[in-house]
Design a protein around this ligand. Structure first.
Ligand code: HEM
Length: 168
């Protein structure tokens, strides 16, 4: 397949970095919101907090994650970096796919289920074991996700275990 030229590669990398910034920025913002918003003084306020967390997830984190996946796919397929030529790129593939599946299966439900509880039970949701389990799992999972994303940024910059230097 025809590879991208130098300008194409730079444009692709710029979009990739914007998407990575979106994903990490969204993850940091979402975690801060979950931990620091509150204490809610009414059921409506709690419901509002829960809905704003979903907004950041749907409009910042998910587009950032999908953007990283698509630009990662284009960088691997259309530039000399390839898919599994370099161990650091292969690790990014594994971690990115893992983080996306983890986000869909584990993290998504922990934030998406919360408004149902706060709408139905109001402030009493804070005494509901399922609501609180979601709350703690979303914090634990969110911290894991931020560590994984930070690790990917670090290996992207240091590019360890590289076999050769492709024309960039
Ligand atoms: C499918 C997944 C991914 C693949 C295959 C991939 C691949 C690559 C490649 C090959 C580069 C070097 C591009 C160049 O210098 O021309 C790069 C750069 C970079 N990637 Fe990714 N990436 C992926 C996901 C991510 C994620 C999830 C993040 C962080 C959230 C990320 C952060 C970065 C950063 C910060 C750079 C710039 C490093 C530098 O050149 O100094 N990437 N990526």
């Amino acid at each position: 397949m025809k590879k991208f030229g130098k300008t194409g590669q730079k444009v692709l990398k710029a979009v990739h970095l914007l998407m990575a910034g979106l994903w990490i920025g969204g993850a940091v913002g979402l975690n801060l919101m979950i931990i620091l918003l509150g204490p809610a003084t009414s059921g409506e306020e709690l419901f509002g907090y829960n809905m704003s967390v979903i907004l950041v997830d749907d409009l910042v984190i998910i587009p950032g994650a999908m953007g990283c996946l698509v630009t990662g796919l284009l960088i691997s397929g259309l530039t000399p970096w390839g898919f599994f030529k370099h161990r650091w790129v292969a690790i990014k593939w594994l971690l990115t796919v893992f983080c996306i599946i983890f986000g869909i299966v584990v993290l998504g439900p922990t934030v998406n289920d919360q408004p149902q509880y706060s709408q139905e039970y109001g402030l009493q949701a804070l005494n509901n074991p399922e609501y609180m389990a979601n709350y703690f799992y979303s914090i634990l999972g969110g911290i894991f996700q931020m560590l994984a994303l930070s690790f990917m940024v670090i290996i992207s910059v240091f590019k360890p275990w590289r076999k050769s230097v492709p024309a960039a």
